[in-house]
Design a protein around this ligand. Sequence first.
Ligand code: BG6
Ligand code: MG
Length: 218
Amino acid sequence: MKAVIFDLDGVITDTAEYHFQAWDSLAAALGIPFDREFNEQLKGISRTESLDKILARGEADAHTAEDKLELAARKNMEYQRLISALTPADVLPGIHALLMELRDARIGIALASASKNAAFILDRLELTHYFDSVVDVTAIRHGKPDPEIFLTGAVNLGVQPAGCIGIEDAQAGIQAIKSAGMFAVGVGTPSQMQGADIVVATTAELSLRMLEEHFFRG
Ligand code: BG6
Ligand code: MG
């Protein structure tokens, strides 16, 4: 076990909830039905792909490319308003301790987030210094469920995929980790985390010891 590659939203901090709230208010303004079950499909997916999925539930053809840019920007403004108040207290349970254990054990740490707000959020949480690599999502050609973002994390750390654990809260993310040939840890319910090698209900269950136990058991 050489490296752990983390998703951000919903794994390191509960910003998945803020994405939900920001999309929810946009959908409401557009008169498009939106709920938590549908929102599961948006986790791990880029802003523009998420918007397309939401608009497809309404009258998608009614929106020009220019409209879409404006709508995506509107969602992002609301999202940025919500994340501007993040503090280190918003790091999810168990994550800080795990990052310290990994650093002390000299296990590589990378971030594989689809979010263009990722660097800002890590800074707000005061976690940037733990990461040996934060994959630049603007340089990634294929988003999750494609493995590219996780494979890039492994390359940046100089490790083989087989020596990596990926941690995700999105179905698209679990698929990306498995397609990358890595060990997948899902945070959520087993039905949301299909294909994961192990599933934890909350990040409080994560520790270096439990990751090692499951990783070496295969
Ligand atoms: C992912 C989230 O981490 O980032 C998605 O799970 C989100 O919900 C995506 O759409 C893109 O985020 P952003 O901040 O670039 O709009
Ligand atoms: Mg996530």
